[in-house]
Ligand binder design. Structure first.
Ligand code: TMP
Length: 243
């Protein structure tokens, strides 16, 4: 049966949703799944990642994540992330929101607070100010914080097993424990914007939880979030789908 996506009350306002979390929390799958549902509902959707999403941003990403750049100072690292962000906001995010698109971004300013302020130990006040400067008034309407629940290093292990660890993944377990604690604290301080979704269950259960946390922004999602059948295909292994 085809879903009825005829509600158009949310059609005009640009909506900015960010996804945050430590390493390997499974953001990519859920951003892709959400984007498909939004497009089926008739929305223009942009899926972006930070650092990246522009030509300059992707070049900066390569520099900041390259393990060969092990001499990069914490201050330089912060400014590279902010330079990539400033370019992404000005060139892509602000114009997209202006024309009514939904922007889904894998990481944003909360990552800088978690990694550079709490992880590296740079002054929080300065990180907040430089975040503001890069964003020029653009703020997420909602942030989904994906956590791996239980063991703090589950996601890190998952991420580093995907291939050679990048410069940030190599920063050590204590660093990543501070980052994970920082995300929890960010969510505690701003519960209206930041919604925590634990991603250590099935993909379908996680996706339903993501939709439930967005249902006030897209009223049609409330009905879908309560329908397990809609999410079931997420648990089917790719090889089974292709067979
Ligand atoms: P990822 O998006 O593939 O996880 O890679 C981005 C890495 O950069 C990840 O380790 C988190 C880190 N990061 C920061 O340290 N500060 C930031 O502001 C952002 C956006 C990412």
């Amino acid at each position: 049966m085809t879903q009825d996506f005829s509600d158009t009350t949310d059609a005009l306002r640009g909506i900015f949703i960010t996804f945050e979390g430590g390493e390997g929390a499974g953001k990519t799958t859920h951003i892709r799944f959400l984007s498909e549902a939004l497009r089926a509902h008739g929305r223009e959707v942009l899926c972006l990642r930070e650092p990246g999403g522009t030509e300059v941003g992707e070049q900066l990403r390569a520099v900041v994540l390259d393990p060969a750049n092990d001499g990069l100072s914490d201050e330089a690292e912060l400014l590279i992330y902010e330079a990539a962000r400033a370019q992404l906001v000005a060139q892509v995010i602000a114009p997209a929101l202006e024309r009514g698109a939904v922007v889904l971004c894998d990481r944003f300013t909360d990552s800088t607070v978690a990694y550079q302020a709490c992880g590296r130990g740079l002054p929080r006040m300065f990180v907040d100010r430089v975040n503001e400067f890069a964003c020029q008034g653009v703020h997420p309407d909602r942030t989904i914080l994906m956590t791996t629940g239980g063991a703090a290093n589950v996601g890190l292990v998952r991420a580093t097993h995907r291939g050679g660890a990048d410069r940030l993944e190599q920063a050590g377990e204590q660093f990543h424990a501070r980052v994970n604690e920082a995300f929890v604290e960010i969510a505690r301080c701003d519960p209206e914007r930041v919604r925590v979704v634990v991603s250590d269950g099935s993909k379908s259960a996680t996706a339903a939880a993501v939709f439930a946390e967005l249902a006030d922004l897209f009223p049609w999602m409330a009905q879908i979030a309560a329908d397990p059948a809609f999410f079931e295909r997420l648990d089917v292994k790719r090889s089974q789908v292709e067979a």
